[in-house]
Design a protein around this ligand. Structure first.
Ligand code: NAD
Length: 331
């Protein structure tokens, strides 16, 4: 099977590519990435010389390039997106371009070429839930510009599936952790700063709850959906592992044997959702997917990976300088 993977220089895309090519010889992958925020060419060094892997520098909004690449592929997995919520508060425009226009460009082409596409979405489209968990029928209620653009892409996918019978499937996952994540996100940021004995900023009181899933489990779910998912359907993916941000940071400090005095509570970001939670019983029942990784072991593996790869994540200037990037906006 020939796959076009978009955004494969980023966190989840690169883990997906490496896992697939290591575990399965039957796949050929073209990775198209624009090299925007979150990307890192070092993320794919392990596979860059394989003959069933090709990298193309390009933007998913480039219709001519996407038509050419999709013609060569059996299916598309669309990971490409602007993903940093804080930056979407400062300037939402790049999020509209990549997450809506980009997704639209792809879904229009796969529809014409009758190819399968998996649109990688997020639990954030359901907004904050004080209790209970969102299932696939729950109402969209995004709180920040990033989440709104991801929800908009989902609506376009749904409209195409209803109008043109497109072979597109949506997956929505909770917060991922693992190797190769951009240093500005909570877990790598905490590991890197703690290791260097620098202060670790936490928004508000750190009470916000996320359901953390190891990136490998997410990648397995995407592969199951690609191979056995129903056209036009959507699948929630979660690990039932809800932890507050403060607890995540304390866990990392404990593993690294560092003092909790490094924690510094900083001003909360506007519109910060308190809790996300997904019910993923549908993918378990219909496709037999289940979580394999336990948090305790996998967070240790993740920490070790960052410690072993200082060259990839050595530059910490962006994570130490600006804890409230939205304040530089003119709103
Ligand atoms: N990280 C999470 O916890 C999480 C959870 C649920 C869903 N998701 C979704 O998974 C996908 C991947 O997330 P991630 O954390 O790996 O993101 P990331 O920021 O690490 O990587 C995104 C990649 O997309 C590329 N990109 C952005 N716009 C592009 C464009 N217009 N054309 C080509 N490439 C472009 C970037 O260069 C980058 O390499 C996103 O769609 C995100 O919404 C992420």
């Amino acid at each position: 099977m020939k796959l076009l993977v978009t955004g494969g220089l980023g966190f989840i895309g690169s883990n997906f590519i490496i896992k697939l090519l290591k575990e399965n010889e039957n796949f050929e992958i073209i990775n198209v990435d624009a090299g925007f925020a979150g990307s890192n060419t070092d993320n794919v060094t392990e596979v860059q010389n394989l003959k069933n892997y090709q990298f193309v520098q390009g933007n998913i909004t480039n219709k001519i390039l996407m038509e050419k690449l999709i013609t060569k592929s059996d299916a598309v997995i669309n990971f490409a997106a602007e993903t940093f919520v804080d930056k979407s508060i400062k300037d939402a425009n790049p999020f509209l371009v990549s997450n809506i226009r980009g997704a639209f460009t792809l879904l229009d082409i796969v529809t014409k070429q009758k190819k399968r596409m998996i649109q990688i979405s997020t639990d954030e489209i359901f907004g904050s839930l004080n209790t209970g968990s969102a299932d696939e029928q729950s109402k969209f209620n995004p709180s920040n510009p990033y989440a709104a653009t991801k929800a908009a892409a989902e609506l376009l996918v749904n409209s195409y599936c209803k109008t043109f019978d497109s072979d597109i499937i949506i997956t929505r996952c909770t917060n991922n952790y693992g190797p190769r994540q951009f240093a500005e996100k909570l877990i790598p940021k905490t590991i890197i700063l703690a290791y260097q004995d620098k202060k670790i900023p936490i928004y508000g009181k750190g009470a916000n709850v996320r359901d953390w899933i190891f990136v490998d489990d997410h990648c397995n779910a995407i592969l199951d959906v690609l191979q056995n998912g129903d056209s036009g359907d959507s699948y929630n993916i979660s690990a039932n592992n809800e932890i507050s941000n403060l607890q995540v940071v304390k866990t990392i400090l404990k593993v690294l044997n560092k003092s909790e005095d490094l924690i510094e509570f900083v001003e909360d970001r506007p519109g910060h959702d308190f809790r996300y939670s997904l019910n993923s019983s549908k993918i378990s029942k219909k496709l037999g997917w289940s979580v394999k990784a336990g948090f305790e072991d996998s967070i240790k593996k993740t920490i070790q990976w960052y410690l072993n790869n200082p060259d990839i994540f050595g530059n910490t200037s962006s994570i130490t300088s600006d804890f409230t990037p939205w304040k530089n906006s003119n709103k």
